[in-house]
Design a binder for this molecule. Structure first.
Ligand SMILES: [Zn+2]
Length: 395
């Protein structure tokens, strides 16, 4: 490497004598440079939290989260973690921008499998956002193309991106990474499938407001997911939008697979729930994916209460934002959970007593209900900047 002339102290322009006005000018310019530099530093420093907000908390990309329930509005958009940057998508919400934002926050670039539980817009319309700059290996759908427009859109996007679309098979069992899962619904040649294909799910329309069609809801893929990490199986039940008829069918034919540590409450917490189904799942944590001010009245207060019966903690994406759940460190340890702006609640009284608002905020006290709210993602972000944040189980 050769020295440039400016590297020599005696050769550069600065070695020349400086006249007084020129010296003032130089000092002025130097002061200006310092001021500009300070301003740039201040702007850069103030931009760091903004950048972190846009790109997501550092804790999420380096932490062993297992299930992410996106703050996706009125719909479902979730990810099951496989490894850094790689996850299974389960539904994509109603909004491509929100789906893309959630995947970016989680730093997901590879999606070997995207499962679309059914073809309602609030579960599939965000698909183009998932496909934005990500590798998606396969799309798996339910067995009934209802509503047809939703199915056609999914097939069109998949064909344009060269992604194979496969139908879920009844009782299918699959494994990817540390995850295994069993498909509990749809079942083969079940009478409900025929009625679902006719658009007649048998549910009441009045409870959930306008534009609610129960047929496609009861087509939803239901997955009993087992996370095989840290020496203890951790169970998650993902339920799409199934309503009372399918819940009762599962109680009858698949009850042995329903018990789970974490329940994604069916159908955004609608009123169409069988209390015995929720009791059979008996989760420690329930998550309701629901949009603020939705026209359907979701979640129903009674469903929120049932989802938190017997001390289970209930998270709602409309109130808590994105929810990250991690498999616990040991079989009896608390389940680490983080949320954007809340820490869920444990409903303390049935809605008939007037206590339909949020319940208490204590941690799980019984052995069965084992959850532990970590600092919210917002505070985790600040802690991470101090390099003190840990996703370790605090219990
Ligand atoms: Zn839905």
């Amino acid at each position: 490497m050769t020295n440039s002339p400016s590297n020599g102290p005696s050769n550069g322009p600065s070695s020349r004598p400086i006249s007084r006005p020129a010296k003032h000018l130089t000092e002025h310019l130097t002061r200006r440079r310092v001021i500009i530099l300070v301003c740039l530093l201040l702007v850069t420093a103030s931009a760091i939290p903004l950048i972190r907000q846009l790109t997501g908390p550092p804790a999420t990309s380096s932490s062993p989260w297992t299930l992410a329930v996106c703050d996706i509005g009125q719909g479902d958009g979730m990810f099951l973690n496989l490894s850094p940057h790689t996850a299974i998508a389960v539904d994509t919400g109603p909004d491509p921008a929100k789906e893309d934002t959630c995947a970016r926050r989680l730093d997901i670039t590879d999606v070997p499998l995207a499962i679309l539980t059914h073809f309602h817009a609030d579960h599939v319309d965000g698909l183009s956002g998932l496909l934005q700059g990500r590798r998606v290996g396969q799309i798996e759908t339910t067995t009934v193309d209802d509503p047809p427009a939703g199915a056609a859109q999914v097939n069109r996007l998949a064909a344009a991106a060269g992604i194979p679309v496969v139908r879920v098979r009844p009782d299918e069992q699959r494994a990817l990474g540390d995850l295994t899962w069993r498909v509990l619904w749809p079942q083969a040649e079940h009478p409900l499938q025929a009625s679902a294909a006719m658009g007649d799910g048998g549910g009441s329309m009045a409870e959930d407001g306008p534009a609610e069609n129960s047929g496609p809801n009861d087509d939803s893929i239901v997955m009993a997911v087992t996370v095989n990490v840290r020496g203890a199986p951790f169970h998650i039940l993902l339920t799409g939008d199934i309503e009372t008829p399918v819940q009762q069918s599962l109680l009858q034919d698949r009850r042995q697979y329903l018990k789970a540590d974490v329940l994604k409450v069916p159908h955004h917490g609608s009123a169409k729930q069988d209390p015995d189904f929720l009791a059979a799942v008996a989760p420690s944590l329930s998550v309701i994916s629901v949009g603020q001010g939705n026209p359907y009245g979701h979640p129903n207060p009674k469903t929120v209460y049932l989802a938190g019966a017997d001390g289970a903690r209930v998270y709602r994406t409309d109130l808590d934002g994105m929810v990250l759940i991690s498999a616990p460190a040991t079989p009896d340890a608390a389940i680490p959970v983080q949320a954007d702006r809340g820490d869920g609640t444990v409903p303390t009284a049935p809605p008939s007593s007037g206590a339909t608002s949020r319940g208490h905020h204590g941690g799980g006290r019984s052995r069965r209900h084992r959850y532990s709210s970590l600092p919210s993602l917002m505070s985790a972000r600040f802690s991470a900047r101090r390099a003190t944040y840990s996703f370790a189980d605090p219990a």
